[in-house]
Design a protein around this ligand. Structure first.
Ligand code: CTP
Length: 223
C-alpha cells in the first residue's frame, strides 16, 4: 500500500491537527479529554503517502507519530492556535481533527493549589476557536475541514457549524454509535459538505482518512 499509493496530493500543502489539548490548572494539574489523535494521525499519514507536504500539529498522545510529516508538538489550545495560525497562510488544505478545549482555567496558579476542608470550584474562560479564525482569515481557494462529535442531532448541529465557521467540510461522528469516536481503531462518520451528506459505514480510521481526502479532491474539482 505504501509503495502503491497514488500520488494525487503531490504539490499540495496540508496542515492537520490532532490529539487533545491540556489546559493547566496549576503546575501539577490540567484539564484534558479522551482524544488519542488516531484519526488525525491517520489523515496526516495518508496525505503524506499520497504525496502531500504535511504539517501535523499535535497535542500530547501516546499514539505512534506518523513519519514523513513536519511535526509540531503543543500542549494547550492557545499553543495550538499560535502554531496553526502561523502556518495557515501557506496551506492548501487544513484538516482540524484535534479535540481542542473550549474552556481553560481563568487563572493558572504558579504554586500547587493546597486542599481545604470545603468544596472548591475552578473558574473557566473560553479559548479562541481556531477553526472559526481560519474561516474568517482564509485565502481564496483554501480548503477547510473540521471534525464534529455529537451525541444528538448530529447532522443538523454539524451543518450549522459549516456556516458558522465558514468552512467547506465537517466530518461528523456520533459518539453513541459502536465503533466510533475516541480510542477505537474504527470510526463511523458522515462527511458533510455544502453539496451533500456522505454517510460511510464502519471502517478503519485509515480508510476514513483516505475517503475524506478523496472527498476533498472531489469537492475541490467541482469548484
Ligand atoms: N475547534 C477549534 N478551536 C476550538 C475548538 C474547536 O478549532 N477552540 C475545532 C475542532 O478542531 C473541530 C471543530 O472545531 O474541528 C469542532 O467544532 P466545535 O464547534 O468546537 O465542536 P464542539 O466542541 O463539539 O461544539 P459544541 O461545544 O458547540 O457542541
Amino acid at each position: 500500500q505504501e509503495i502503491g499509493a497514488q500520488k494525487d496530493l503531490e504539490g499540495k500543502k496540508i496542515l492537520v491537527t490532532a490529539g487533545p489539548t491540556r489546559e493547566a490548572i496549576d503546575p501539577v494539574r490540567y484539564i484534558t479529554n479522551h482524544s488519542t489523535g488516531k484519526m488525525g494521525y491517520a489523515v496526516a499519514k495518508a496525505a503524506a503517502l499520497r504525496g502531500a507536504d504535511v504539517t501535523l500539529v499535535t497535542g500530547k498522545t501516546d499514539t505512534p507519530k506518523p513519519r514523513f510529516v513536519k511535526l509540531i508538538e503543543i500542549q494547550s489550545a492557545a499553543d495550538m492556535f499560535e502554531a496553526v495560525t502561523a502556518a495557515a497562510a501557506e496551506q492548501d488544505i487544513i484538516i482540524k481533527a484535534a479535540a481542542v478545549a473550549d474552556y481553560r482555567p481563568k487563572s493558572v496558579g504558579t504554586e500547587k493549589t493546597k486542599k481545604t476542608e470545603g468544596d472548591m470550584a475552578i473558574e473557566l474562560e473560553r479559548t479562541d476557536d481556531i477553526l472559526k479564525w481560519l474561516g474568517a482569515h482564509r485565502r481564496e481557494g483554501q480548503f477547510l475541514c473540521g471534525f464534529s462529535m455529537e451525541t444528538q442531532n448530529m447532522l443538523e448541529n454539524s451543518r450549522v457549524k459549516l456556516d458558522k465557521k465558514n468552512i467547506d467540510m465537517i466530518v461528523a461522528n456520533n459518539l453513541k454509535v459502536e465503533g466510533a469516536g475516541f480510542g477505537t481503531d474504527t470510526n463511523v462518520v458522515t462527511i458533510i459538505t455544502r453539496e451533500r451528506n456522505l454517510e460511510l459505514e464502519k471502517m478503519t480510521k485509515e480508510e476514513v482518512a483516505d475517503r475524506l481526502l478523496d472527498e476533498i479532491l472531489a469537492v475541490s474539482a467541482d469548484k
